[in-house]
Design a protein around this ligand. Structure first.
Ligand SMILES: *[C@@H]1O[C@H](CO)[C@@H](O)[C@H](O)[C@H]1NC(C)=O
Ligand SMILES: *[C@@H]1O[C@H](CO)[C@@H](O)[C@H](O)[C@H]1NC(C)=O
Length: 476
């Protein structure tokens, strides 16, 4: 033998030895007694063999030493093995318990038996009948959790929670991924200068104000973004719609199209996968959008959301005004006027200044940090609760959203304390919250609602006031 060959022989012998010792170890102990690695996955082999009997008895409780060799591994004769049907010896049920072994590969549910591989959905989690005859369920945190709703409703949090069928069956992660959709403004945007408001400290602000009552017919109803994470487009379009209607004194009351923004404002924007409000305002100012009637919202049918093609472009017609270059992408509407805004401005986080702005000029846009309990809000003055504080991290998550603040008020709670609130419109449809609106604690930056507040002006000329008045009349 050459040196080389000898070396090869020695090395193979060592490898064989190592393999052999690994084998021995596996025969002696299954390292972990696990649910997802059942011994009888292919059905019970050697079902009439004598194991626990041959061992001379069974063991109480959990006893990891109460084993017998079984095929190329071991099986258990302790009571603990029965919890999962996963690693009991084949004669455990007959010999130790005196009962039939559980039917192999079948799972019971509501009195019916299902074959392995059968599934059912338990809220947001898929349960599968495993080969060992157990339902094995995913363990995601769901958007609607019964115990969270109960904890909110039994506690004195000042608001009530409810189940929403449109959220039922979604996981919390999906809720955060598909129902919000505003990127946190960058640091540069966050440090945008706030406008200076000349506010008299003694300025009288009423204890209750609602834009919908001051400007009837000019404040637009909340829309439903569905499973489209585009609150960036919904909140921007909604605030601009209200502002244009108020500013034109009702000569124009357009409900601006979020879809126009979603499909066409695509530079650095994610459509139904989230976007930025500064980008949305840039687009409204430079390109403009048509109405919802002209360019209706088309929620994505499947997730992840793909952005549909832009169907509406505009071109300059001088003096900063623009005109649509296409017909409305639907056969019912022919009003394809383009609406634009001026540059948005940032308000300070001072509660009084925000109030004065809303009262003088109309609704404002605000960022909102949405926590898990916000999804089940039904009525009252919202505050993030700690009802999930004792739960695992996966049950306590949050994401950034944007909404439209339309007013404020105050209420006396059960122990005589005054509770101040904002009235704000969400974009989760009218069956959510208080007709699509919610109230949230005011003056304490609850969920960052006062952290980044935006106002804007529509771009309206005297000419608009006349020509649009005509259209408006025709609609009625
Ligand atoms: C063992 O499992 C069977 C089937 O799942 C069950 O009916 C029985 O009550 C269990 N016995 C004990 C002692 O845990
Ligand atoms: C919530 O509503 C869904 C569908 O409407 C229903 O199937 C479910 O049982 C309800 N869940 C709770 C926790 O009430």
């Amino acid at each position: 033998m050459t040196m080389m060959m000898k070396l090869v022989v020695v090395v193979s012998a060592v490898l064989l030895l190592m393999a052999d010792s690994g084998m021995t170890e596996r025969i002696l102990t299954r390292r972990r007694r696990m649910l997802d690695n059942p011994l009888h996955a292919q059905g019970i082999r050697d079902p009439f063999g004598s194991y626990c009997e041959r061992r001379g008895g069974c063991c109480e409780g959990r006893n990891d030493g109460c084993t017998m060799p079984y095929l190329d591994t071991i099986c258990y004769c302790d009571l603990f093995c029965n919890r999962t049907v996963s690693d009991c010896c084949p004669d455990f049920w007959g010999h130790c318990l005196g009962i039939q072994p559980p039917p192999r590969g079948k799972c019971e549910r509501n009195g019916h038996w299902f074959h392995s591989g059968a599934t059912y959905k338990e809220n947001c989690n898929l349960c599968t009948c495993s080969a060992s005859g157990q339902w094995v369920c995913e363990q995601h945190a769901c958007l609607i959790e019964q115990d969270m709703i109960q904890a909110v409703n039994w506690g004195k949090y000042g608001w009530k929670a409810a189940n929403y069928s449109q959220f039922w069956g979604m996981s919390l992660d999906e809720g955060l991924r598909y129902r919000l959709g505003t990127q946190r403004p960058s640091r540069a945007i966050m440090s945008m200068n706030e406008i200076q408001m000349n506010m008299d400290n003694n300025e009288h602000l009423p204890s209750y104000f609602n834009a919908a009552e001051k400007w009837p017919g000019k404040i637009h109803e909340p829309l439903d973004q569905g499973n489209c994470a585009a609150s960036w487009a919904f909140s921007t379009a909604a605030v601009a719609s209200d502002r244009i209607s108020i500013q034109s004194m009702g000569h124009m009351t357009p409900q601006l199209s979020p879809q126009n923004l979603i499909s066409c404002d695509t530079r650095n924007q994610g459509g139904c996968a989230g976007g930025r409000i500064d980008g949305a305002w840039w687009y409204l100012r430079r390109r403009g959008v048509v109405t919802e009637e002209c360019y209706p919202f088309n929620p994505p049918q499947q997730t992840p959301a793909e952005v549909s093609r832009c169907m509406m472009q505009s071109r300059s017609v001088g003096r900063g005004k623009r005109q649509a270059t296409a017909h409305c992408p639907n056969v019912y509407s022919y009003h394809n006027e383009i609406y634009q805004s001026t540059p948005p401005y940032r308000l300070s986080s001072n509660e009084k200044e925000i109030m004065k702005e809303i009262m003088d000029n109309g609704p404002v846009q605000a960022i909102l940090e949405v926590h898990e309990d916000f999804f089940v809000y039904k009525s009252g003055i919202y505050r993030h609760t700690g009802v999930n504080a004792h739960k695992a991290q996966q049950y306590r998550k949050h994401g950034t959203h944007s909404v439209r603040i339309t007013g404020w008020g105050e209420e006396t709670d059960y122990n005589g304390k005054t509770r101040k609130y904002w009235i704000a419109a969400n974009s989760w449809g009218k069956n959510w919250g208080e007709d699509g609106y919610f109230r949230i604690a005011r003056g304490e930056n609850e969920c960052e609602i006062e952290a980044f507040v935006i106002g804007v002006w529509g771009r309206i000329t005297m000419e608009d006031m006349h020509s649009h008045h005509h259209h408006h009349g025709r609609h009625k």
